[in-house]
Design a protein around this ligand. Structure first.
Ligand SMILES: Nc1nc2c(c(=O)[nH]1)N[C@H]1C(S)=C(S)[C@@H](COP(=O)(O)O)O[C@H]1N2
Ligand SMILES: [Mo]
Length: 251
């Protein structure tokens, strides 16, 4: 099912702030009615209308930084390709952006660092019940998707990671509301230092309106897709495929 059938309307809604009924004709459209057909989508839509999924997550000050920021899930990517990159300080790393884009990209870390940056101090909430406040710096995903020329057909962004559980790679996905959200960044620095290995070096996603497991670490590739059906187990993420957690994890 397509949540967002017209990217221009979405962007217009975001530029104007909250996406509210009456701001445009989206709420009266066929796609809006289709969206109401499942419970998970219903909760996403009501959050968008009531809480405002385009609203910003709370940002904190340096005084609020957690003295110790927990690591969770995989603390490394246990492949020789990753080890080689780690050993050369990620000089050979390329962030690939492909799928439904006009210009597939492979961006070195120094180019990512030279792009317009966003720094935000936010609270990470893990589904397991802990949280920590950290400072994250990186490039807005919307900027990268602009550079790549995102297709109108793309409904989801998939993050492919270098690490695995057993033979199954970690991956995650978000829809365009989160992908184009100003606080959704591909982060290469934490608390003013290059991203430590355990926190997902060289690049991890920050998806500030959702729980921790959506924040993919060790991101190697960003893929724009129309549907999640053909990606691994089809549920949009490693934990979602396992059956433990829901795809939409809004806080
Ligand atoms: N690639 C990858 N990303 C991941 C995970 C993982 O195991 N592998 N764990 C997730 C979970 S459950 C959480 S809470 C956060 C933890 O991020 P941190 O280790 O930087 O605190 O990363 C998320 N992203
Ligand atoms: Mo988590």
């Amino acid at each position: 099912m397509t949540i967002i059938t017209n990217r221009r309307k979405l962007l217009a809604g975001m530029a104007g702030g909250l996406l509210l009924p009456g701001c445009d004709s989206w709420s009266r459209s066929e796609s809006f009615k289709n969206v109401l057909s499942s419970a998970e989508d219903l909760s996403r839509v009501s959050q968008r209308l009531v809480g405002g999924r385009n609203g910003l997550a709370r940002e904190y000050t340096l005084a609020d930084l957690s003295p110790r920021h927990r690591m969770n899930g995989n603390r490394t990517a246990d492949t020789s390709a990753y080890r080689t990159m780690l050993a050369n300080n990620f000089a050979t790393y390329r962030l690939r952006i492909d799928g439904l884009v006009e210009r597939p990209l492979a961006i070195p870390l120094d180019r990512l660092r030279a792009m317009p940056q966003r720094t935000q101090i936010t609270r990470h909430d893990c589904v397991e019940g802990w949280s920590a406040i950290g400072q994250w710096t990186g490039v807005q995903l919307s900027h990268l998707l602009d550079l790549a020329g995102l297709s109108e057909q793309a409904n989801y962004i998939v993050f492919h990671c270098a690490d695995s559980f057993g033979d199954t790679p970690y991956y995650e996905s978000i829809d365009m509301v989160d992908a184009l959200h100003p606080q959704t960044i591909m982060s290469h620095a934490m608390n003013g230092e290059p991203l430590p290995e355990g926190h997902g070096a060289p690049i991890r996603a920050r998806i500030e309106r959702q729980l921790g497991y959506k924040h993919a670490k060790f991101v190697m590739r960003i893929e724009a897709v129309e549907s999640l059906d053909d990606i691994y187990g089809g549920k949009g993420g490693y934990w979602e495929d396992v059956g433990d957690y829901a795809w939409y994890a809004g806080i």
